[in-house]
Design a protein around this ligand. Structure first.
Ligand code: UD1
Length: 428
C-alpha cells in the first residue's frame, strides 16, 4: 500500500505545468474506435485512468504505441468484437463511453455497468434514452448493457437534466448516424468542446459544442487524425487553490484561462490575487481570506470537481461560508477527513456544508475517499501544522499526473512511501 507523507507549512512558490485533461481524454480514447485510420494524440496525461483505457483498447484488439511520454499512436482497426467485460469496466466509470463509440462504429455494443467515484446514485438513464432516440434498443443482462440497432438514425435528443456523460455518449453514437441529430440541453463543459473538435478533425460534422444545442450531421467515414488534448481545468484549479491555501505565489502554466473563470472569480472574491496571461495564471496570496458562498453548477458554473478543494480554502477564510453541492447527491463524505484535521464543518441534508473559518489545519492520518476529495486532503496537509499521512492515494493518481513531484517542485514537503501490507495489517 502506498501513501503520501506531508509535512505542512511550506507556502507553494514557483511554476507548475498542467497536464492534458483527464475528462477530455476519457472521451477521446474511446472515440478513436470510430476512426478508420490511426490517431496520434498529444498532451495525454500520464494518469492511471489513461492506463486503464489503453488496456481496455488493447484487450479489444487495438494497437497502441507511446511515441513519447505524452503522445500516443492508436490504431483501432484490429477491434472486431464490440464488448468491454466487467473486469475492466468496473475499474472506471467512463468506460461507458465505449457504449456510444462501439454503437457508432458497429451498430451494437456490450459493456458492463461501470464503477467509478462514489458520489451516491449515478444513473445512466439519460445515456440510454439518447441511444433509443437514435433508434437503438437496449437490454440489461447479468450486469452487461447491450445496445443495438440495424441503423442509427439522427433525431432530436432532448435531455431532462444536464449530463456530461450522456451528451458525450450521444455525440459518439450520432457522429456516423444517418441524418442529423440535435442534442438539446447539452452539457457545455470544455471537454465536450474538445471531443467535438477531435471528432471534427476526423471528418465529423458537429456544430454548437459548448452551447446547450449541439447539431451533428452524420458522416459515413471518419479518418485517423493528429490531435492535442486540452489542458486539465480541474488540475489547474487544484493548484490554484493549493497556492492560495498555503499562502503561496504560483504561476500555473499550460492552461486555458477562460476555462478557469468560475474558479478565478471565487478566488478573487476571497481576496486572492489572480493574474491571467495567454496560457497561464498566477495565483498569489496577499492577505486574509474572505468568507464566500459557493454553489456547484454545470459549466460555466463552479465545477463540482473543485468542490472539495474549495472547501479546504473556505475552512481557512474568516467567518462562515456556505458550500452547496448542486450536481451530485452525495459528495461530502470527505468532510469527516477534514474534521480529523481540525475543520469546523457541518453538513445539512448532504447538499449544503456550513464551514466556519479556522486558524489552521493540524496534521492527521486521513484517507482519500475519492479523486477530488483526495486532492482536498493533500491541500489541507500542505497547509497543516505537523504531519499528514494520506491513504488510498490510488484515487488521486487516477487524475493527477506526478502530483508529488509537481508539488515538491513548488517547495512542498511531500513524499510517497510504500507500506508493506503486513505492516498495515499489524497496525490495524
Ligand atoms: C462527469 C465527470 C465528473 C463530473 C461530472 C459533473 C467525466 C469522466 N466525469 O461525470 O468528473 O463530476 O461530469 O461535472 O467526465 N444523471 C442522471 N442520469 C444520467 C446521467 C446523469 O440523472 O443518465 C445525473 C447524475 O446523477 C448527476 C448529474 O446528472 O446528478 C450530472 O451527472 P453527469 O454530468 O452525467 O456526470 P458524469 O458524466 O458521470
Amino acid at each position: 500500500m502506498e501513501k503520501y507523507i506531508i509535512h505542512g507549512g511550506h507556502p507553494l512558490k514557483g511554476e507548475v505545468v498542467i497536464s492534458g485533461a483527464k475528462n477530455a481524454i476519457a472521451a477521446i480514447l474511446p472515440a478513436t474506435v470510430l476512426a478508420d485510420g490511426p490517431c496520434i494524440l498529444e498532451n495525454v496525461p500520464n494518469i492511471s485512468d489513461v492506463h486503464i483505457f489503453t488496456e481496455i483498447l488493447k484487450d479489444m484488439g487495438a494497437d497502441i504505441q507511446f511515441i513519447n511520454k505524452s503522445t500516443l499512436k492508436i490504431d483501432t482497426s484490429g477491434i472486431k468484437v464490440p464488448e468491454v467485460p466487467y473486469e475492466q469496466a468496473k475499474k472506471m466509470r467512463a468506460s461507458y463511453y465505449f457504449l456510444g463509440a462501439l454503437l457508432g462504429k458497429f451498430n451494437c455494443a456490450r459493456v458492463a455497468l461501470p464503477g467509478g467515484c462514489d458520489f451516491g446514485v449515478r444513473p445512466i438513464d439519460l445515456h440510454l434514452k439518447g441511444f433509443q432516440s437514435l433508434g437503438a434498443e437496449y437490454t440489461l443482462e447479468y450486469g452487461m448493457i447491450n445496445v443495438k440497432t440495424e441503423q442509427l438514425r439522427g433525431n432530436e435528443v432532448c435531455f431532462d437534466g444536464v449530463s456530461v456523460g450522456a451528451t458525450i455518449n450521444v455525440m459518439l453514437a450520432a457522429v456516423k448516424a444517418k441524418g442529423t441529430t440535435v442534442i438539446e440541453n447539452a452539457a457545455k463543459e470544455p471537454h465536450i468542446v474538445d471531443l467535438a473538435n477531435f471528432l471534427n478533425s476526423m471528418g465529423a460534422n458537429i456544430m454548437g459544442a459548448g452551447t446547450d444545442m449541439i447539431r451533428i450531421k452524420g458522416v459515413d467515414i471518419l479518418h485517423g487524425t493528429e490531435y492535442a488534448v486540452i489542458p486539465d481545468q480541474i488540475e489547474a484549479g487544484t493548484y490554484m487553490v493549493a497556492a492560495a491555501a498555503t499562502k503561496g505565489d504560483v504561476l500555473v502554466k499550460n492552461v486555458i484561462p477562460k476555462h478557469l473563470e468560475s474558479i478565478t472569480s471565487k478566488l478573487i472574491k476571497m481576496g486572492v490575487e489572480v493574474t491571467e496571461y495567454d496560457d497561464s495564471v498566477r495565483v498569489k496570496y496577499v492577505g486574509k481570506l474572505e468568507r464566500i458562498n459557493v454553489k456547484t453548477r454545470p459549466h460555466p458554473g463552479f465545477p463540482t470537481d473543485m468542490q472539495p478543494q474549495m472547501a479546504v480554502l473556505l475552512c481557512l477564510a474568516e467567518g462562515t461560508s456556505v458550500l452547496t453541492e448542486d450536481v451530485w447527491d452525495s459528495r461530502f463524505r470527505y468532510l469527516d477527513e477534514l474534521r480529523r484535521m481540525g475543520a469546523d464543518v457541518s453538513s445539512v441534508d448532504g447538499h449544503v456544508a456550513i464551514i466556519e473559518g479556522i486558524k489552521s489545519f493540524t496534521g492527521a492520518p486521513v484517507k482519500a475517499v475519492d479523486l477530488r476529495a483526495g486532492a482536498a486532503v493533500v491541500i489541507a496537509g500542505l497547509c497543516a501544522q505537523g504531519t499528514t499521512e494520506v491513504e488510498n492515494i490510488y484515487h488521486i493518481e487516477r487524475g493527477y499526473e506526478n502530483i508529488e513531484e509537481k508539488l515538491r517542485g513548488l517547495g512542498a514537503d511531500i513524499k510517497k512511501v510504500v507500506i508493506p501490507d503486513k505492516v498495515m495489517q499489524t497496525a490495524i
